[in-house]
Every structure is written in C-alpha cells, then in structure tokens.
Design a protein around this ligand. Structure first.
Ligand SMILES: C[S@@+](CC[C@H](N)C(=O)[O-])C[C@H]1O[C@@H](n2cnc3c(N)ncnc32)[C@H](O)[C@@H]1O
Length: 384
C-alpha cells in the first residue's frame, strides 16, 4: 500500500483532492457572509484505509470546514457550520455515525443519518433551508441512476446552494447503446440520438447534455465538468459536475480543475512507474514523469478549445456587442479550457482583424470580467 492509502483507487484520491480544494476556497468566501451547511448524500465510508477517515469525502469535508470556521471566527463574523452525512448501508453507516458523534460539538454540528437520500428529499431540503444559510451538496453514488435529474431535483432547486455530482461517464457512455437501458432521466428523452456519435464525441455530448439539464432544472447560471481519469488507462473514469449561480464559483472551480489536472499527471505517472517496475522487475532511477504517457486529456483539451472558439465566434456573429463576461462564461464551462486560452484567442482574433475589443481603459489592459469590456465581430479574417 502506498503512503497516501489510495493504491488502486487513485481516482478517489483525485476526486478528494478536487473536493478539498473547492471546499477550502468556497467555505472561506461564502462563510464570511453565510452560515454553512454541508450535505454528503452518499457518504460511505467506502474502502477507507485511514483510522481518521482522512481518505473519505466526509472526513475531508469535516476537516476543511472545521479549519475554515476556526479561521473565520478569528475575524468579525463567526458562521454557524453544520454537516449532514447520509449513508444507506448499515455497516458503513455505523462507522459514519461513530465519526459524527465523536466530532459533533456546539461549534460544528455533525449528524449522520442511515437514510436512502433519494427518499428523504424533504428532510434534506428542510435541513438546508434555515435562515441565512448557504448549503453545499455532494452527490457521489455508485453507478448513475441516483444522479438522475428527477431523483435530485429538490436539491437542485434549493434557492441558494452549490451542488457537486459525480457523473459516471464511463458507464453511461457505454450504456447509451443498450436498448434495455432508459437514460432519459439522466440525459433527456432524446438520449437515443447520442447513439449516432461514437468515442470522445459521444462522451463529450453525454457530459454536456447532463450539464445542460442540471442547469435548466436548478436554474443555475453555470455548470462546469471536471474530468477525472482512470489511474491505469488512458481514459476518463467520471466527471465532477459543479453547478453554481455565481461567476466567483466558476473562478474557484476552474482553479480547482487546473490543479487537479496537474495532480492527475503526478498520480498517474506514479501508477505507470509502479506498473512498469512490477512488469519488468527493474527498479527505475528516473522520476516517474519522465516516461509519463497520456493522450486522452490532451485530446479533450484540444477538442474543447476548438468547440469553445467556434461557439464564441458564432455568438459574436449573431449578436452586436457582446460583453467579455458572456464569452468568459461560455468558454470556461468547457472542461480543460481556461481564461488564459480565451484571452489568447481574443488576442489572435484582434490581431487578424476578426474581432474588435471595446471598453479598454488603456491599450494593454488585460481583459477581465466586470470591467465593461465588449467584443464585436468584424468579419472573416483578412489573413485566412
Ligand atoms: C462511491 S461511495 C461514496 C464514497 C464517498 N463519497 C467518498 O468519496 O469517500 C457511495 C456510497 O453511497 C452509498 N449509497 C448508495 N446509494 C445510496 C443512497 N440511495 N442513499 C445513501 N447512500 C447511498 C453506498 O452505500 C456507498 O457507501
């Protein structure tokens, strides 16, 4: 077993890494104005090897919220912070309940419930609806059925709150062809149309469709999808779908996505090195990243940059002056696309004369949200 305790389930390591980074930032931002509630709908523990549960989503969330509360309390406003951890199966629930009882305190209320979360929507909604409260919801089931829109709709419709859902894209993409499987609750009634697509096009469409339905159901302004790769093959395992109503949330989550992308390379390079050594029996002197191989993520990034550029140019062609903020929102909801990409495209479009930028206060001003920058389409490039 590796020191991290995640050997052979490195995808969970990456998931936990992303959840931790997101909660650390979000709790500090939102906890300075709101009381916080955190609900883990499928808490486990599942395959935990650490006695302090520091390798579980609930153990990580508790520790992050405890630290955030402590830090915020030293400032003027001390938010009330509480956690609800839900687990359906009795054996893991017993462990979860013992954890909750040990950690519960007047400063940070921790409660575990032996519930099927899908059957307890009213209670969860009531829990999240106390005054001046901002809820974070994590939905991380096995498989994909419990991620269906009708199953989780009341949580999406909470007036305030952010939701992270584990979408098992690798299963779903395979099941699209199976006539016996109805994916309409996940991907809409027209999901059979996805059968026309194959490979990464289909995978992209599955994730995009789900994000669109989540956005519509919860009236979210932004939904992002953070890809998590399989540790030992060049493929995606699942996506963390993140829904928010605030652009600041997108800022935070895209930073999380970037750091998770970097962490993915480290974790997968280690796995590949371990596998090579097991195969050959040779001890390697190189750092693991020297021989790191990966194509899938790079392909997604290239494809999504192309998709985002086309979408923005189409939008600019149809509209008059378009706020930079709208282009930012369109671009960043594509996985593996970042603000630096958007700025470099606009820079190139400006240079070739395709797009005019208005509203800069001085010629070298960096394009940013909330600064009144506008983009206008001027016609096909004179260079192409
Ligand atoms: C993937 S594991 C969760 C892992 C955990 N979130 C983590 O990252 O450490 C899924 C857990 O959800 C539980 N579960 C499945 N269906 C559930 C339901 N309807 N309600 C509550 N828990 C459920 C399973 O028993 C299992 O412990």
């Amino acid at each position: 077993m590796t020191e991290s305790g995640y050997q052979d389930r490195e995808q969970s390591e990456l998931k936990h890494y992303a959840i931790k980074l997101y909660l650390e930032a979000a709790a500090r931002i939102l906890g300075s104005a709101w009381n916080l509630k955190y609900v883990d709908c499928c808490a486990g523990p599942w395959n935990s090897t650490k006695s302090d549960y520091s390798d579980t989503s609930f153990g990580i969330a508790f520790e992050v919220l405890r630290a955030a509360r402590e830090e915020l309390s030293s400032r003027s406003w001390a938010p009330q912070v509480a956690c609800l951890f839900i687990e359906k199966e009795m054996a893991p629930f017993s462990e979860l309940d013992a954890f909750a009882k040990a950690k519960n305190s007047p400063d940070l209320r921790v409660r575990a419930e032996n519930w099927d979360f899908a059957e307890r929507m009213d209670e969860i909604v009531r829990y999240c609806s106390s005054p001046r409260t901002f809820p974070f919801i994590l939905i991380d089931p096995w498989g994909w059925k419990l991620a269906g829109i009708s199953q989780i709709s009341p949580l999406l419709k909470l007036k305030r709150g952010e939701v992270v859902i584990n979408l098992m894209s690798s299963f779903i993409t395979r099941f699209v062809n199976d006539n016996a499987t109805d994916l309409s609750d996940l991907l809409g009634k027209d999901f059979p149309e996805l059968r026309r697509l194959s490979g990464s096009e289909r995978e992209f469409a599955v994730v995009r469709k789900y994000c669109d339905l989540i956005k519509r159901e919860g009236d979210f302004a932004y939904v992002c999808a953070l890809p998590v790769m399989k540790p030992d093959s060049d493929a995606f395992n699942f996506y963390l779908i993140y829904a928010t109503r605030h652009p600041k949330g997108v800022d935070v989550f895209k930073r999380v996505e970037k750091r998770t992308e970097e962490r993915t390379q480290v974790v997968r390079a280690d796995v590949q090195k371990r596998q090579r050594q097991e195969r050959t029996g040779n001890f390697e002197l190189f750092e693991p990243d020297v021989q790191y191989r990966e194509r899938k993520y790079q392909q997604l990034a290239t494809d999504n940059r192309g998709r985002a550029q086309r979408q923005i140019l189409d939008h600019l062609k149809m509209a008059g002056d378009v706020p930079y903020d709208d282009c930012w929102a369109e671009a960043l909801q594509y996985s593996a696309v970042y603000q630096s990409d958007l700025r470099s495209w606009i820079d190139a479009w400006e240079k070739e004369g395709t797009v005019l930028v208005k509203g800069r206060k001085f010629p070298t001003e960096l394009l940013k949200r909330d600064c009144g920058h506008l983009l206008a389409y001027r016609g096909e490039s004179v260079l192409t």
